[in-house]
Ligand binder design. Sequence first.
Ligand SMILES: [Zn+2]
Length: 110
Amino acid sequence: MRIYIDEPRAAELFWEGMREVAAGAARHQDDDLYRAIVKIGRGALAQGGELVPQCGLFLQCPVCQAVAGQRCINVPRHPLRENLLHPERTELAQMALREEVPLPPPLRDE
Ligand SMILES: [Zn+2]
């Protein structure tokens, strides 16, 4: 079953909602909630949803180690400029959501 939503901002709204859930997960340091977010995100992609760059927020940054839900911070040789997130983090999140790479810790299932 494919869901068609006649709303040009559907993908944006979806991920905005996911970010709000992620903010709650960050407040409560709830890794299970992040795993649920990843699961929902994968479901959305399977339904033909699109990724947005901000989905990097759901995972720990491989560059500055900002945890899920936290914005990236400037570190030597990796200035953020106008970006909220390091590009490496966005790329990792997109690949992890597409299951091309394993989830980074602490979300990886052992
Ligand atoms: Zn970062």
